[in-house]
Design a binder for this molecule. Structure first.
Ligand code: KG4
Ligand code: ZN
Length: 342
């Protein structure tokens, strides 16, 4: 029996979780900083770091209380050490190292993006048969990954500029919607016509499985502000805003689905595993089922699709087993790290 404490501080959520044997969630506490960053329309790293410092210990206490366990009962500490904001990562890593020294228990660094895919795996009663196609759709990443096994991956495609969630957030900001914009775009899109604006998905020359979302965001910008600096800014009606959200969302999702199906066929994968904040979007889920009825989909539970520490603790269990030991105190924070295998 292994009880793992997970710590997540990669961006703007401070989260602690207790998970037994990789899948049994005893506590999953997420302290959100959305109110703090909303005012600025995006995450302000310095403010995020200060808030992580304030929130980490209360979040840990709440997790221990929810799980009804004491610190001494923890067998392993898992912390997201990459990728993310450097200062934010360091706060989680230093907390994990300090706890490891104080409790005389091992700790391991976990890749946050890999953990988003594991969030879907731990949401099911049993793991799927590998290989699977993994798709990460978050605020920082858009990747297609062949999952040969837990810990064994091949990167097939990724965004060359904005991540899909980032393009949702930027488009929402253009429309004057709050941060993070993804849920607001989903909401307005429900009342909109996805064919109203003829947006085009980004193409990357010679790399059919790569993404580019910055052009799509610019098309949305031009639809609102015009292409010329001298153009009068258009004041969109509520219906036009709904239509813009629906058209933007449909273009982005159809692009993901098209490339995902191409990758799944190319790699002979019958199962598609999805992770990251954008998978919270219900329209994405129904569009996937509709366009690819022959595939088996593995979605994260709603509470595991956005940033959380249960996915860090769950994956940490496997990382420790596969490595056969904990990490040393030399473990570093890595802001941008390629998706890696063990
Ligand atoms: O995975 P996540 O919590 O953090 C990162 O690792 O980046 O993802 C956050 C992203 C944000 O860009 C947010 O706008 C997006 O997920 N998001 C959504 C929805 N809910 C969150 N995007 C589209 N539709 C949603 N319902
Ligand atoms: Zn994330």
């Amino acid at each position: 029996m292994t009880l793992v404490l997970g710590i997540e501080t990669t961006c703007d959520e401070t989260a602690c979780s207790l998970v037994r044997n990789g899948t049994e969630i005893l506590a999953n506490v997420v302290s959100s900083q959305i109110d703090l960053h909303n005012e600025y329309g995006g995450v302000v790293p310095e403010l995020a770091c200060r808030r992580h410092v304030d929130l980490l210990l209360p979040t840990l206490d709440k997790a221990l209380q929810d799980a009804q366990v004491s610190l001494e009962q923890i067998d392993l500490i898992a912390v997201a050490h990459a990728p993310g904001l450097i200062g934010a990562l360091l706060i989680g890593i230093n907390a994990a190292k300090s706890l490891s020294i104080a409790l005389q228990k091992p700790f391991v660094g976990v890749n946050h993006v890999e953990a988003h895919l594991y969030a879907a795996l731990m949401s099911q009663p049993a793991f799927p048969t590998f290989p699977c196609l993994g798709i990460v759709l978050s605020g920082g990443h858009t990747s297609l990954i062949k999952m040969n096994a837990i810990g064994d991956y091949t990167l097939l495609g990724q965004t060359i500029d904005d991540a899909i969630g980032e393009s949702f957030d930027k488009t929402a900001k253009i429309l004057g919607l709050p941060y993070p914009g993804g849920p607001y775009i989903e909401k307005l899109a429900k009342q909109g016509n996805p064919l109203a604006y003829p947006f085009k998905p980004g193409r990357v020359k010679g790399r059919v499985l790569d993404f580019s979302f910055s052009g799509l965001k610019t098309q949305a910008l031009y639809a609102v502000k015009g292409q010329n600096e001298r153009d009068e800014q258009r004041v969109l009606s509520d219906q036009q805003k709904n239509d813009l959200c629906a058209s933007f969302q449909e273009t982005a999702f159809m692009d993901v689905i098209g490339k995902a199906l191409q990758a799944a066929k190319q790699e002979n994968c019958q199962t598609i595993v999805l992770g990251g904040g954008v998978t919270h979007n219900q329209h994405l889920r129904s569009l996937f089922q509709q366009k690819a009825p022959g595939f088996h989909f593995v979605w994260p539970k709603n509470e595991l699709s956005l940033d959380n520490a249960a996915m860090i603790a769950g994956l940490g269990y496997h990382v420790y087993q596969q490595k056969g030991k904990g990490d040393s105190l030399d473990l570093e924070a890595k802001t941008r790290t390629p998706f890696y295998s063990r």
